[in-house]
Write a protein that binds this ligand. Structure first.
Ligand SMILES: C=C(O[C@@H]1C=C(C(=O)O)C=C[C@H]1O)C(=O)O
Length: 360
């Protein structure tokens, strides 16, 4: 797959001096709701209105979308506001109906991206279209699977492409609904720098209060745009009530975010610096999370030692870790001195933890 500026022409054509904003309700609920939200978004930075028509739900029994009738409501919203339209397609029929309704942007959802069969079916149904197609990351943190889906569309001759980062499922509970795993988005950008990447902070957050910070991180990591779930009455939305914000809040957010409109020499430097620093922040968070996980395991070993009356310090094991990690460090351009200092600090903390457990 050869991604170049051709695939991002659709984005360039918007001629924006700020990142692309896609906004709208999680689900189309009524014609009145769709049109009212469109009216409220018209005077914000929003270029494209999103609304789910067919909703994949984790468990049955929840609101599964209004279906094809919602496409007519979207058309009305477009006629009244001039906003372009985006919706999710999950099979051939959805694609055919959306193309017939002249939807401008079609996205493939995370639950579809995991299935090469579904993606292929959608790609085949899209053949020959000049509409924009965006691929959400698969629910599992698998960059190859994500790129594989983009490749199927590329091979089907779809010219206007992009991806949406909506975070990844984890079994562990975190403050996010879907873990951002920023490193995956960074790797994707390194491999395909011209492929437009849009951030979906709503699905990463799952809650309103952290949407702003997630957006700022995304913009600092050079995302091309944001897709934010927006509703005039978020608390009473029929789906994803906790993570939707009002069009007014979205408008304020785009003012407060460092959107990087200007490009002088000085701002280019600042922007680059900010991007690199955000990358470091991402890695530092990963380091701390991993250290926490490591310490939990040491705690378990401490418990085991207590029950079996075994000494805390295990010199042979410790020396073997040190030797292995010094070798691994060398492969990563890290000096023996640094690795030794770093591991000694970890070991000290680990011994301290176990000491506490054994003395309890
Ligand atoms: C965790 C253990 O206890 C101590 C701490 C170690 C560590 O943090 O890696 C290694 C050896 C022990 O000195 C263990 O015995 O494995």
């Amino acid at each position: 797959m050869e991604i170049n500026t051709t695939q991002r022409q659709w984005l360039t054509d918007f001629n924006l001096d700020h990142p692309l904003v896609i906004a709208g309700p999680c689900s189309a609920e009524t014609e009145e709701q769709v049109v009212k939200i469109a009216q409220q978004l018209k005077d914000t930075d929003t270029s494209i209105m999103r609304a789910g028509i067919w909703k994949p739900r984790t468990r049955p029994g929840n609101f599964e979308g209004v279906g094809a009738i919602g496409l007519d409501w979207l058309k009305t919203a477009k006629a009244e506001t001039g906003l372009k339209l985006a919706t999710e397609v999950a099979n051939k029929t959805h694609v055919e109906m959306s193309l017939k309704a002249d939807i401008d942007v079609l996205w493939i959802g995370a639950r579809s991206t995991v299935s090469p069969f579904i993606v292929q079916e959608i790609a085949d149904a899209l053949k020959g279209t000049d509409k924009t197609v965006l691929v959400k990351n698969p629910v599992n943190p698998d960059l190859a699977l994500w790129l594989g889906a983009v490749e199927r569309l590329y091979d089907a001759g779809i010219k206007n492409l992009g991806v949406i980062h909506r975070g990844f499922s984890t079994y562990e509970k975190t403050k996010y609904r879907n873990n951002p795993e920023w490193q995956i988005a960074i790797d994707l950008q390194s491999e395909y720098p011209d492929l437009p990447i849009i951030l979906d902070p709503s699905h990463i957050a799952g809650r309103r209060d952290i949407i702003f910070d997630i957006c700022q991180t995304g913009l600092d990591l050079n995302f091309d745009g944001i897709m934010v779930e927006t509703h005039f009455d978020p608390d009473n939305a029929w789906s994803d009530a906790k993570q939707q914000i009002t069009p007014k809040a979205l408008d304020q957010m785009t003012v407060d975010l460092r959107m990087r409109k200007e490009f002088t020499e000085a701002t280019a430097f600042q922007n680059k610096l900010q991007t690199l620093r955000t990358k470091i922040d991402v890695v530092d968070h990963q380091l701390i999370d991993l250290l926490g996980k490591r310490m939990k395991i040491a705690d378990e070993i401490g418990d085991l030692k207590k029950k079996n009356n075994v000494a805390i310090l295990q010199t042979k094991r410790w020396n073997s870790i040190l030797d292995t990690m010094i070798a691994a460090g060398a492969e990563n351009n890290l000096s023996k001195e640094f690795i030794t200092k770093f591991l000694k600090a970890i070991h000290e903390e680990s011994i301290g933890h176990q000491h506490k457990i054994i003395s309890e």
